[in-house]
Design a protein around this ligand. Sequence first.
Ligand code: 2FM
Ligand code: ZN
Length: 682
Amino acid sequence: MSHEEFPTEPPAVVTCGLPYANGDLHVGHLRSLVGGDAYARALEKLGQTTAFVCGSDMHGTPIAVNAAQEGIDPEELALRYHEQHAAQIPQFNVDFDFYGHTRQPTNVEQTVAFVEALEEGGYVYEKEILVAWDPEADQALPDRYVEGTCPYCGEHARGDECDEGCGRHLEPGEIEDPRSTITGNPAEYREREHKFFRLQEFQEYLQGFIDRLEGTENARTRPREWIEGELQDWCITRDIDWGIEYPGREDLVLYVWVDAPTEYVSASRQYTEEVGPDVYDWERVWKEDGEIVHVIGQDIIQHHTVFWPALLHGVGYNEPRAVVACGFVNIAGEAFSKSRNRAVWAEELLESPVHVDSYRYFTVTGSGFESDVDFSWGGLAERVNGELVGAIGNFIYRSLLFAHREYGGTPDVEPSGETVAEIEEAMERFRGAVNDYEIRGLGSPLLELARYGNEYIQRAEPWNLTDEDPERAAQVIRDCVQLSKALAVLMEPTMPAKAAELWDQLGEQGSVHDAPLSAALEAPPAAFDAPEELFDRLEDDEVAELETALEERVEQREDEDGSEGEEPAADLEPVLDERVPFDTFQSMDLRVGRITSAEPIEGADELLRLEVDIGVETRQVVAGLRQLHDVDALPGTRVVLVANLEKSEIFGVESNGMVLAAGEQADLLTTYDDAPLGTRVR
Ligand code: 2FM
Ligand code: ZN
């Protein structure tokens, strides 16, 4: 890897965390799959040679346990879900160059080659350890066959990961109070001989690696505590019969976390086998100087920033350039839970009236990639109707319709300097987002550019100029058509199908996927047909139906489980009895604002110093958001500010206003259309 800005001369590979082939895909998977796809497409827009690869994770106890529950063979279960995922993922316009699976011969061969190379390098040793055992089932209890208490944080945990607490990987034997998930019995221990990878020997290497690593902040900072603390050698074998056999040991299979990331390499290799090394050279990428970017969920940061780079280094391969890790997806304000059916499944999205690209836009631009986000059908509808239909679609439709009616296409003048500068700025923000691994920034220039266009067309009123000032009218429409074309180019990574539709409406030849970013400034065709509206509104009754179906499903499951329902109403504050006259409300000056900067206040754990642009001026405000929001993601957020509150001084910093927020998580109030900054909220 080079650390140069993208595009670089060496080719890149973008990978997504491999979904386990043991269940249906849901919005949690889709967040990183769509994010990865948008990122890979964005790299290509910049001219970077890129392979985008992934596959199904077929081994390990996640598959074995679910297969046992269904009473079928793990292979049958894994292949069934592999086929299902491989068919469903492209329906979200997630376009992998290669989507394989970890049982394919290439991956088995690659994994065995890695293990043999580690053995040769002296990085593996054997050790007798105590493993959890179910005496009744008379079998070992690796990983998901056992549950208990995390020794680090005390939360309930699975055998190999503290999935409800600190998120750490747990080594065999570490979990406290282990119970078998097969029989529910307390586990006993048996002595077994296992293979260990000498992770400790990589400590110095990993310290350097983490300093070099690019990507999201969570992936660059969280691993420091593991790497700088005492590293434990890593047990890479398991006593089950589902997995890749350890070379020369019929009684052991490899831990799934060895063969799973290896699929990143195997999938790249199989892609090269398809297209030839002149088009894409996997060996250069993985063994020499390629740019390796892993897009994952935040629960598997440790695997990608500690185990995997150490393994790659041990076998003499290249190291990842970046790890881009997304936060969790909560459902309608509460934690996602598969077992409670508090989940939104990929299938439901595909069957819903929401266009997949609208969903893609929602998931890419909703929030900083690192933040936990909330999925609700209402929230999705608000963004689709407000941003896609109301701002972006509306601007494009009115521009192209006017252009077609008055000029039969693009008016024959050059675009104005102001419009070109606006597009250049949007391109720059897009480039910056790619180089900063800021997934949201791949899509956010769309709304900004459309808002600019809407303000421009509204201000210039070309419909009133065609007679009195035809030159000016042609100029305005020429600019708007150029802005529409720029939107098509910038839209492709986030909404590939919609971008292709728009490309077509503009009368463009070829594919918008192949158009480089610079095409945003090239002249659109002179002639095009009448446009069609690009986005469909989601109607209130459609949204209500989707919301009710989700609520009923969760409630039904909760009734079946006898578990608790929604927060009891008693926890909500009662509405105040005392009524206030309208004038009292009017005496508060509430303004639409946008946070322009956010920085921690030294010595105050919870406070941030914000600068908020409220149109007429920029205000400095102190707000208690530091623990509750991703600080880096705050700039750009539209908020509502109480502008005539008395000034105060907090931690020595003057606070000149207050941003409004709801609840313990400080859910920030905002507006959903394009009310200009400084507009009063009444
Ligand atoms: O946590 C998971 O869902 C794993 N299946 C991810 C594997 S990613 C990779 F490294 F293989
Ligand atoms: Zn823990």
